[in-house]
Design a protein around this ligand. Structure first.
Ligand SMILES: [Zn+2]
Length: 59
């Protein structure tokens, strides 16, 4: 089963994910430790990728 790495947007096989992070009851899979670390740093930013908010926007 393919999943999307929310940080870099890469599609990876679940079994091949290097890291797995649980956030708000959902599981996220990452292609590398780097991506997982970025996610842990700022999960809010990556967990809502379904709804585009634009980059560096004010709010
Ligand atoms: Zn990645």
């Amino acid at each position: 089963m393919k999943v999307k790495d929310p940080v870099c947007g890469m599609k990876i096989e679940k079994e091949e994910a290097v890291e797995r992070v649980e956030y708000m009851g959902k599981e996220y899979f990452f292609c590398s430790k780097e991506c997982a670390e970025k996610f842990r740093d700022d999960p809010e930013r990556y967990a809502h990728q379904g709804k585009p908010r634009g980059h560096g926007c004010c709010h």
